[in-house]
Design a protein around this ligand. Structure first.
Ligand SMILES: N[C@@H](CCC(=O)N[C@@H](CS)C(=O)NCC(=O)O)C(=O)O
Length: 345
């Protein structure tokens, strides 16, 4: 039983936006030991010790692409909130525009696409936004975060994993690179190294935006519970696992998020979220989408990682306190219904 609980708790801390890395938790309720990367935090109801040894889960100091201070997002750290941006609101173009999917040419469509995922994982949602927008039918295998038995066949132990006509693809940005070269422009391969505006913002998503999410969705006890309610009700958990996940996971991640905040010099997590949202709106420069009249991979990446939080308290706050709402609504319309259903029908 105890081993089961330990395994279970380890599973709780697996999602990148739960922990931003590999983690383990021990001893439900009374004490929680959470370790990830090189860092260990021990929390007890009466006693709390932590050793913060760096090796962070992310990179909060990345300047937004286009900003004069922008440099490639590698091992840069600075205080979130340092990026200033003009308050000039991006003029949103007429609401009469019709936003729709961009279906892939049938001859380029793969026959069989299977996504191994956690429903609430931001990286997995990035892939789903891409597949949905390009109307690529796909099946989903929800992975149990504790046993991971659904991906036992793979050496890669994270999600998303996308299997396209039998070929395994891993890492959300790599998957999108490979897959978009295959289905969108098979005649000309585009490298993710190309320093386009689209790629810069895709990197900003991976190196900055995803790391702002955890401190926000676990900001308070009630928000952590709300998040784990969502995660445990959408994930592939056994009956008991689901029950324990909600409370043990919420408690563990509440403490982890405080540590992440410290590690990344975040003073106010909501301010960091609002700033990221406004930075993104500024990047649009008045266009409907980063891609102009239609979304590009930058739009899909931002939309994908924000999708799991949009209707949580943090996502609602973000829309209420920033200008991102109109773009988000356009994205919802453009991406439309999930193409996942088609494969399952
Ligand atoms: N860079 C990867 C990150 C993937 C990732 O961290 N996935 C988390 C779920 S959100 C995971 O599977 N973690 C499992 C683990 O660390 O053991 C990507 O973009 O796909």
């Amino acid at each position: 039983m105890r081993r089961g609980i330990q395994q279970f708790q380890k599973g709780l801390a697996t999602c990148g936006y739960l922990t931003s890395g590999r983690g383990s938790t021990r001893a439900v309720g009374v004490s929680l030991v959470v370790s990830f990367h090189t860092t260990t935090t021990t929390t007890n109801t009466t006693n709390k010790t932590s050793s913060l040894s760096g090796g962070g889960a992310g990179n909060f100091g990345v300047q937004a692409p286009g900003s004069s201070k922008y440099s490639p997002p590698i091992n840069h750290k600075c205080i979130v909130g340092a990026v200033s941006f003009s308050a000039a609101a991006a003029a949103v173009s007429s609401s009469s525009a019709v936003y729709a999917k961009e279906p892939v040419k049938p001859e380029f469509l793969p026959k069989d696409v299977v996504l191994y995922q956690y429903e609430a994982c931001p990286f997995c949602n990035k892939i789903k936004a891409f597949l949905d927008y390009y109307d690529v039918p796909y099946k989903v295998v929800e992975v149990n975060p504790i046993s991971k038995k659904e991906i036992k066949w793979s050496e890669y132990k994270k999600v998303p994993i996308l299997v396209v006509d039998g070929q395994q693809m891993v890492d959300s940005s790599e998957i999108i690179d490979t897959f978009s070269n295959k289905i969108l422009h098979p005649e000309k391969s585009i490298s993710k190294e190309d320093d386009t505006e689209e790629n810069q913002w895709r990197r900003w998503v991976d190196n900055h935006l995803v790391h702002v999410l955890s401190p926000n969705i676990y900001r308070s006890g009630s928000e952590a519970l709300e998040s784990f309610d969502y995660i445990s009700s959408h994930g592939n958990f056994g009956f008991m696992e689901r029950k324990v996940a909600k409370y043990a996971g919420a408690a563990a991640m509440y403490f982890v998020s405080k540590k992440l905040k410290k590690e990344h010099n975040i003073i106010d997590e909501r301010a960091a979220l609002y700033e990221a949202a406004n930075t993104w709106v500024e990047a649009l420069k008045g266009r409907d989408f980063l891609g102009g009249a239609t979304p590009n991979l930058g739009d899909l990446a931002v939309y994908g990682v924000l999708r799991p939080i949009r209707y949580l308290t943090s996502g609602k706050d973000m829309v209420e306190h920033t200008q991102i709402g109109e773009w988000y609504t356009r994205m919802e319309k453009a991406v439309g219904e999930s193409s996942r259903k088609k494969a399952e029908a």
